[in-house]
Design a protein around this ligand. Structure first.
Ligand code: THU
Length: 161
């Protein structure tokens, strides 16, 4: 028996103002996109904006449904849109923000498990890391170098060979 350990490094900034210009612009757009989310059931509006490897931008926001499980997270709306509109182009960086209409929106939140799996599929499909910028409508910002870091011991196409 041997003990194994998983660690990963990420960056934390006090505010959007500390980010490089391109990342700051992406996060500001994600904050704006929260407003067009369709979240009448949770009132938790999530906005995501991706910069693709060719410089194009794609957005996503959560889309809820009266049949709750039918709802889709902002991240997976974005990945589906990117894949449909630019099927051969990897996502380089995604900024994700949220506006909690009934609570606070001043601390970063991380993608849910389903979205982590979808982000991982995108990374393995293109052999290209997806950087993730996380922040609420204000306050601290986290920058994670690759989505796969959020999903240790993951299941990928490699496991099906
Ligand atoms: N949501 C996202 O859009 N992304 C996440 O990573 C977490 C949760 C959405 C789903 C639902 O519409 C609302 O936030 C509350 O869970």
């Amino acid at each position: 028996m041997s003990h194994k350990q998983y660690t990963f490094h990420f960056e934390e900034y006090d505010s959007v103002e500390e980010l490089a210009a391109g990342d700051a612009a992406l996060l500001k757009e994600a904050r704006e996109v929260t407003e067009i989310a369709y979240a009448p059931y949770s009132s938790f509006k999530v906005g995501a904006v991706a910069r693709l490897a060719n410089g194009e931008k794609v957005i996503g926001s959560n889309q809820e449904n009266a049949s709750y499980p039918v709802g889709i997270c902002a991240e997976r709306v974005l990945l589906s849109a990117a894949s449909a509109l630019h099927p051969a182009v990897p996502v380089d960086t995604i900024a994700i923000s949220y506006h909690n209409l009934h609570g606070s929106s001043d601390a970063p939140v991380s993608p849910c498990g389903l979205c982590r799996q979808s982000l991982l599929e995108h990374e393995t499909r293109f052999s290209h890391p997806v950087r993730i910028i996380l922040s609420g409508m204000e306050g601290k910002v986290l920058v994670i170098p690759a989505a796969s870091m959020l999903l240790p011991l993951s299941f990928t196409r490699e496991n099906m060979k």
